[in-house]
Design a protein around this ligand. Structure first.
Ligand SMILES: [Zn+2]
Length: 233
């Protein structure tokens, strides 16, 4: 029996949540999963639709994207995931989708402003967007460079991957992450909803403006601060 059986099944279940949550059609999107401290991760195979996907199809790759176990080719986005896992030891799951509202903001090349408490419950600032990739990056190892473009944006904007677990790659779409694949999928669904709400907010009132800081602090800190009291402890 494969030593990666459990990781593959967990990765499979998380991938299947993508169409279930309405975040992708056909083969769009991919979820990867890693056990903390391990130097391999599990990822969806390339070009396999969700209704055909089976747990055994999940591919195990090393941090260079080379297949360690599995008969199918790993997702074409594997190297983007690998760059993020190599950089951030705490990541246990990464999700990439082309969900409609998140892609709309990515194509508009705009960070998503923090307009309300639903947003502030998840992050204390705007949802970041990367710069558009340079010709050199695009012509190089494109998927790996996409990972570096995400790292550049996080570094330039002084964001930590613990506090900000979602980003839009300009002209492309969203990547989200978390300490587990389940959390990364949750973040992908939340991101899509926040993008949808922000779009409607701007349609109703283009001058809505950033929500007030006291309200951001209240909502973010009650869930994530050291004295967090939201939910059941
Ligand atoms: Zn993509």
């Amino acid at each position: 029996m494969s030593r990666y059986k459990e990781l593959k099944e967990r990765c499979y279940r998380s991938n299947m949540e993508i169409p279930e949550k309405g975040l992708a059609i056909y083969t769009f999107g991919n979820v990867s999963a890693r056990n903390p401290g391990e130097d391999v991760f599990a990822i969806k195979p390339s070009g396999v639709s969700y209704d055909e996907l089976k747990p055994d199809d999940i591919v195990i790759v090393d941090m260079e994207g080379h297949s360690v176990e599995g008969d199918l080719r790993p997702s074409s986005d594997t190297m983007t995931h690998a760059v993020l896992y190599r950089t951030y030891a705490g990541l246990g799951g990464i999700v990439h989708t082309h969900s409609t509202y998140a892609v709309a903001w990515a194509q508009a090349k705009r960070a998503v402003p923090i307009y309300g408490t639903t947003h502030a419950d998840h992050l204390a600032g705007n949802i970041p967007v990367t710069e558009v990739m340079s010709d050199q990056m695009i012509k190089g190892d494109y998927e790996e460079q996409t990972g570096y473009q995400i790292l550049n944006a996080l570094k330039d904007q002084k964001l930590s991957v613990e506090e900000v677990q979602m980003i839009l790659v300009a002209s492309h779409g969203p990547f989200t992450w978390g300490s587990t694949p389940e959390k990364a999928v949750y973040n992908a669904a939340v991101l899509e909803e926040l993008c949808r709400m922000a779009l409607f907010t701007e349609q109703i009132n283009p001058d809505a403006g950033r929500m007030k800081q006291a309200l951001i602090d209240k909502h973010y800190m009650r869930k994530h601060g050291k004295d967090a009291y939201y939910g059941q402890s």
